[in-house]
Design a binder for this molecule. Structure first.
Ligand SMILES: Nc1ncnc2c1ncn2[C@@H]1O[C@H](COP(=O)(O)OP(=O)(O)OP(=O)(O)O)[C@@H](O)[C@H]1O
Ligand SMILES: [Mg+2]
Length: 484
């Protein structure tokens, strides 16, 4: 499997975030354990001193009244508690103590295990008897030699004074296991927060990688479409690098298209010019023969016809190529649609054609409409579709021109009564050089008209369409000019 850049990013993000969260959680947990231990020690110091003070007042005849202490401690240890400290409940007291005399011999042990033993070398007793602060952390049960962390206990001692001198020591013992629930509760809370942080940052990571992937996906889709020769618009990408890449590709595409375009133009021009050129040569050769002046006149007219055709083709190609390279309008003006139509229909070249084929023109113009357009281009667009209608409608038929308005557009429709566009031609009509022969004369056009119209309309932010009429013979060409 190949990993996409998005997946890689996400994985990297995941690993980094997870490590940071794990590291932070670990450190914080350690801190909390230490913090709880320190707080406990502070309370233990106070307890040890309070208890030592109480023992001090139980010294009789230079001896600690152990029986009294034993009674108090066992009463204390037998107490039943029902205390809830936040989420943790405490059922019985669990502070243990032992007391040594000034030689470090244990005279009392609340657990009843080590009485009589010499504890003078244990750090807590040793330091306390010397008048220093004595504490240690070691096995709760002295018989365990290598205690685990949970088997340890904190031991904090305080001196017992008698007559102003250190008379013995009292050690308070708190098992680490007793403190553990507090540590665990805090750790659980921290883990919960850590999971939230991880989830949120993962969501963010997923978002980031989605955005990046979307950019690349768009680019890939775009370039794939381009490589298949489809006409596609460059994708809109916000990510700067990708946007620049898309622009670069778009520029490359335009350059390449320009090159193909010129090639295509030259090829077709050569192809289209070949027929009249061959014709001219044939006719010229004929002219070399002896002939009557009327024959000569016929051949000369042929040559002039061919010349006219070539001239027209070259002009139309130049016009089309000029407009295809444009990307904005110049000299846009407000044009009255009725005047526009009248000018086009009554142009001398068209007028003759219309009357020769006895074509009637019918107008349905709801009211005065105007469009914003470049006048010459609007005229050319309309001329092309009207010429097509004239060419494809049979003699003695009617072409009807309708102007109407929708919310967004002014629509100019030209309907004829010809055979309409055959199924096989439907997809081709806007392609350069596609032309079918005219029903009357059998001659073809250049196949440039609709292409030209399409470009003009797109420059105006409008549209052209050519459809067959519904349930009737004929086609209807529509120009849609936007109302701005
Ligand atoms: N009114 C119409 N009725 C039927 N077919 C049409 C009509 N208008 C256009 N077409 C079809 O669309 C094709 C392309 O039209 P277009 O105007 O681009 O080229 P043309 O008229 O053949 O040549 P040119 O306009 O360059 O002289 C036509 O050859 C024809 O097949
Ligand atoms: Mg045409």
């Amino acid at each position: 499997m190949k990993l996409t850049i998005g997946v890689k990013l996400f994985l990297a993000y995941f690993i980094i975030t997870a490590s940071i969260v794990w590291f932070a959680t670990d450190k914080i947990s350690l801190r909390i354990t230490n913090g709880i231990d320190q707080a406990a020690e502070e309370v233990m110091v106070d307890s040890a001193n309070l208890l030592a003070q109480m023992v001090s007042s139980n010294i009789k005849d230079d001896e600690i009244n152990v029986d009294e202490v034993r009674a108090i401690m066992s009463a204390y240890l037998n107490r039943e508690l029902d205390v809830n400290i936040y989420s943790i409940s405490k059922k019985n007291p669990n502070l243990q103590i032992y007391i040594t005399n000034q030689d470090g011999i244990v005279v009392y042990d609340s657990k009843g295990k080590i009485e009589g033993e010499d504890y003078s070398q244990w750090r807590d007793v040793f330091l306390t008897l010397k008048g220093k602060y004595g504490a240690r952390s070691s096995a709760y049960d002295a018989s365990i030699e290598e205690p685990t962390a949970d088997q340890k206990a904190h031991h904090v001692a305080a001196p017992i004074y008698h007559n102003g001198k250190i008379f013995g020591s009292l050690t308070v013992i708190k098992s680490v296991a007793d403190l553990k629930p507090y540590v665990i509760a805090q750790k659980d809370q921290i883990t919960e927060y850590a999971i939230y942080v991880l989830l949120i940052s993962l969501l963010f990571g997923a978002g980031v990688s989605f955005v990046v992937t979307r950019g690349t996906r768009k680019l890939v889709k775009y370039t794939t479409a381009l490589s298949k020769g489809e006409t596609v618009v460059a994708p809109k990408i916000r990510q700067v690098e990708f946007a620049e890449l898309a622009q670069a590709i778009e520029k490359l595409r335009v350059d390449l298209e320009g090159r193909e375009y010129v090639e295509e133009y030259i090829n077709t021009m050569a192809h289209e010019l070949r027929t009249p050129i061959t014709g001219i040569r044939g006719t010229a050769e004929n002219l070399l023969m002896p002939m009557s002046s009327s024959q000569r006149e016929h051949f000369v007219n042929n040559i002039l016809d061919a010349n006219k055709k070539m001239d027209m083709l070259v002009n139309r190609l130049l016009n089309l190529s000029r407009i295809e390279r444009r990307d904005k309008l110049e000299n846009v003006e407000k044009i009255d649609v009725k005047t526009l139509i009248k000018d086009v229909v009554q142009a001398p070249s068209r007028k003759g054609n219309i009357s020769r084929r006895s074509i009637k023109i019918e107008y349905t113009i709801e009211r005065d409409f105007s469009i914003k357009a470049e006048k010459l281009l609007a005229e050319q667009a309309l001329s092309n579709i009207i010429d097509n209608a004239i060419d494809f409608t049979p003699p003695d038929s009617t072409i009807s021109i309708k102007v109407s308005e929708s919310n967004t557009h002014v629509n100019i429709q030209v309907q004829d009564q010809g055979k309409g566009v055959p199924e096989h031609a439907r997809k081709q009509i806007f392609r350069r050089f596609f032309s079918s022969s005219r029903p009357d004369t059998g001659k073809r056009g250049n196949g440039l008209g609709l292409r030209f119209v399409k470009k003009i309309m797109s420059l105006h932010g409008g549209k052209v369409s050519l459809k067959n009429r519904f349930m009737e013979d004929g086609a209807v060409a529509t120009l849609k000019f936007p109302i701005k």
